[in-house]
Design a protein around this ligand. Structure first.
Ligand code: SF4
Ligand code: SF4
Length: 384
């Protein structure tokens, strides 16, 4: 397990408050983990007082419980249903509006205001998910300038995980648990006899500049070892270990596997997995006009390949059954995505496992496919 980079420094809780305040002074809206409805979600934070102190969580297929044990620490939870996706790719966004002006529809003027988010507490799998969406929205020829502007304006303070949920599998997917790139600053939370403090590493020049202005001291060799041990604890604690390199070919080989129909008997086609997934990017557009006919608007909103209407083309939906939709999601995520974007669409965060109301587990699904590789249903999944 790699150790912290040379030059790591340490700050205490007042230092972390100073970091948040410095980001606010630079004009950033500081967002991080906080509690809402007995769950950790991401939202605006003013200081460390807003962080989920004394909390951890228990996750399993179809199961999430916040656990308030009162132990010191702000970042002892693992990622919940929320993700950073919605800060860069909002669930609903107006893409244009027209207003009737002397008998002619004219664009409602005004550039989209680009928020400047400083995200605090992004984990390694989440940085990998942001990098996946950067390729989806930032590449050619289909570039999303709104997404790119939000990303370019963001400052990222990452947190190296010190624990894993039962649903995590970032180690198998090669995305964690240590944050290796995509951050301006990365911190490891340390709590021991020496107190509650944070070991920080800079990941960019602007991160280093900010760090230089904050109250820190050089990290000791013991603190660097403790940070490396925290990452090792998060790695060793992972129970799910799908063979990531074999998944693209496995999925591509098994479009007619009987498992698709078996899983579809349980799947509610609710789309929770796609909304919680930090890499899923499907959206729909909706046009509307006011009753007087003077204003027309177009809105983009998150959608899901589990919606029957999502694949609707002239005359009907291409994927008419739940089996076909589940197959589409999993095969695209783990196989087609690699061809399309150069990486898996799964970063191993485990959200789709935890937040599936019937506990369908992506790692169990691929294990069954692998164990019965090449089996074919008597009827294709589309007709299931
Ligand atoms: S498919 Fe599931 S485990 Fe993979 S990134 Fe999406 S939510 Fe996380
Ligand atoms: S796999 Fe689970 S979360 Fe996803 S659509 Fe089916 S029931 Fe909903």
């Amino acid at each position: 397990m790699p150790s912290p980079a040379p030059g790591a420094v340490v700050m205490d809780c007042r230092g972390l408050d100073a970091l948040i305040a410095a980001l606010q002074t630079e004009g950033y809206t500081t967002v991080g983990p906080r509690l809402r409805d007995d769950a950790v979600v991401y939202g605006e934070i003013d200081s460390t007082a807003d962080l989920p102190a004394g909390c951890t969580d228990v996750q399993a297929p179809g199961h999430y419980r916040l656990h308030r044990d009162g132990e010191p620490g702000f970042f002892r939870h693992t990622p919940g249903a929320d993700s950073w996706k919605r800060f860069f790719f909002p669930p609903r966004r107006q893409t244009w509006a027209l207003r009737l002006d002397n008998g002619v529809f004219r664009p409602v003027s005004g550039e989209e205001t680009v928020p400047r988010y400083a995200i605090i507490g992004a984990r390694a799998c989440e940085l990998a998910a942001v990098a996946v969406q950067d390729r989806v929205f930032g590449g050619q020829p289909y570039r999303d300038d709104s997404y790119r502007a939000r990303r370019a304006a963001a400052f990222v303070v990452a947190v190296h995980c010190g624990q894993a949920a039962a649903t995590c599998f970032c180690d198998a997917m090669g995305t964690g648990p240590r944050c290796e790139q995509g951050f301006d600053l990365a911190l490891t939370e340390l709590v021991d006899d020496e107190g509650h403090r944070f070991l920080l590493e800079a990941g960019s020049a602007r991160g280093a500049d900010l760090l230089a202005a904050l109250p820190t001291r050089p990290a000791s060799a013991a603190e660097c070892r403790a940070a490396a041990a925290a990452s090792e604890r998060a790695r060793a604690g992972q129970q799910r270990r799908p063979a990531a390199a074999e998944l693209p070919a496995l999925l591509a080989r098994n479009p007619e596997h009987p498992r698709w129909s078996e899983t579809a008997e349980r799947c509610l086609a609710c789309g929770n997995c796609t909304l919680a997934c930090p890499t899923c990017f499907c959206s729909d557009f909706e046009d509307s006009a006011d009753l007087a006919g003077g204003v027309a608007e177009r809105w983009q909103q998150w959608s899901s390949c589990f919606n029957a209407s999502f694949s609707y083309t002239h005359g009907g939906s291409v994927r008419g059954s739940t089996a076909a939709r589940y197959r589409q999601w999993l095969t695209h995520k783990l196989s087609g995505w690699v061809e399309q974007f150069g990486s898996s669409g799964c970063v191993g965060c485990g959200r789709c496992i935890t937040w599936c109301p019937v506990g369908i587990d992506i790692t169990e699904e691929v294990a069954v496919l692998a164990a019965h590789d090449g089996e074919r249903a008597t009827a294709a999944a589309d007709s299931a």
